[in-house]
Design a protein around this ligand. Structure first.
Ligand code: SF4
Length: 379
């Protein structure tokens, strides 16, 4: 399932919790589009001519691209890459950008067939605390306007665990998302990432650290509600109606190759990973000189094993025993020994072919995966 990712590194304003690569200076947007077109040319053989099953515009805020800029990018992709007729083509969008006109133009002039909307919350106090550019009214209206414009395939992002998000507010966020008939939800626990405004506020005491008990409670509530409404909890942060899983993100979790274009974008060819410079000016200068500015590493067997455990365990299918065996005897023995404790304490379960997290284990996914990681001391 090879995919193409395009990173659009601009945002209207910086959300306090965000550590993605973006700039709030939009001056270089036309030059960035030209550079991305150039990189699409330079990287056209990266996936060996394989047919793309997904194209994903992420960021940053790709909905800041105007329709003409998107048309140019799609023209270039169509000229240089093969796209499957039923490819999933996703645009990340913020509610304040999704005017009725923009939605109509996206539908009429681009092949975008899926919207990933950064709602985060339907409450103004949460949105203000997060420093989002939109308000609760934008959040509500854009979902209806997108549906009215004909977008059937939608996912929304929601954040739980924020200090302003009471249990009652979280319950309402989940209820609204389901009432609006959104087939796919990506729900993330608020995390305090170093280098963000939020980390600065927490360090100086003007913001509270994440209340882990509350976050766990809200996650459990989410699991219960989505299960009752027929959503599959198919990845730790992702819930979907049957048959409506995100194809692009699923390709990351299944280890498929993908090409990432734009500053800070990552690519994977099955054996090595590379990442573009996360700096707009340096990216632009390099592309002007006809170079893609990236660093690359060939994954060691231990890195490939760790990635497989990390991503596999986060999905509802779990880690396949045969795949673990394929990493070789030391890895398979180590996995079997380490997983025993989790099988005994009920955070992990197994059948003939797979090992997966139980419901209780999902609350501890990262910690369990870390204990199953191969480190140099294991060698
Ligand atoms: S809009 Fe998205 S990418 Fe931009 S700062 Fe906010 S969370 Fe980060």
């Amino acid at each position: 399932m090879p995919g193409l990712y395009l990173h659009i590194p601009f945002c209207k304003q910086a959300c306090h919790y965000c550590n993605f690569h973006f700039s709030t200076t939009l001056r270089s947007k036309p030059a960035m589009v030209a550079a991305i077109l150039r990189e699409l040319e330079l990287q056209k053989d990266y996936l060996g001519g394989a047919e793309l099953t997904s194209v994903y515009f992420g960021g940053g805020t790709p909905s800041l691209l105007d329709i003409g800029e998107m048309e140019q990018i799609f023209e270039k992709i169509h000229a240089l890459y093969r796209i499957a007729p039923d490819a999933e083509i996703t645009l990340e969008a913020n509610p304040d950008d999704l005017t009725k006109e923009k939605l109509r133009d996206l539908r009429d002039y681009t092949p975008v067939n899926r919207l990933s909307i950064g709602i985060q919350s339907f409450f103004d106090d949460d949105l203000r605390w997060m420093n989002r550019a939109h308000n609760a009214a934008h959040a509500r209206h854009c979902l209806r306007d997108a549906a009215a414009a004909g977008f059937r395939d939608m996912t929304i992002d929601l954040i739980y665990g924020a200090p302003t998000t009471s249990d009652a507010q979280w319950a309402e966020n989940v209820r609204i998302a389901m009432e609006e008939g959104i087939p796919h939800l990506s729900c993330y626990c608020l995390t305090v990432e170093e280098g963000t405004a939020l980390a600065h506020f927490v360090h100086k005491g003007s913001a509270l650290p994440v209340d882990e008990e509350k976050a766990a409670r809200q996650f459990e509530y989410l699991q219960n509600q989505t299960e009752q409404r027929g959503y599959e909890h198919y990845e730790i942060s992702n819930f979907a109606w049957p048959g409506r899983h995100a194809r692009h993100n699923s390709s990351y979790w299944s280890g498929s190759p993908y090409l990432g274009v734009g500053p800070s974008a990552h690519s994977f060819d099955g054996r090595s990973r590379q990442w573009n410079v996360a700096h707009n000016a340096r990216y632009l200068a390099a592309l002007e000189a006809g170079q893609v500015p990236f660093e690359r590493e060939v994954l060691t067997p231990a890195q490939r094993y760790n990635e497989y455990v990390m991503t596999g365990l986060r999905t509802m299918w779990g880690c396949e025993k045969a795949s673990i065996e394929a990493f070789g005897v030391p890895f398979a023995d180590f996995f079997r020994e380490e997983v025993e404790l989790f099988l005994q304490n009920g955070t992990v379960e197994q059948d003939e072919t797979h090992v997966r997290l139980t419901r209780a284990g999902k609350l501890l996914a990262d910690r369990i995966a870390a204990d199953l990681f191969w480190t140099d001391t294991e060698a």
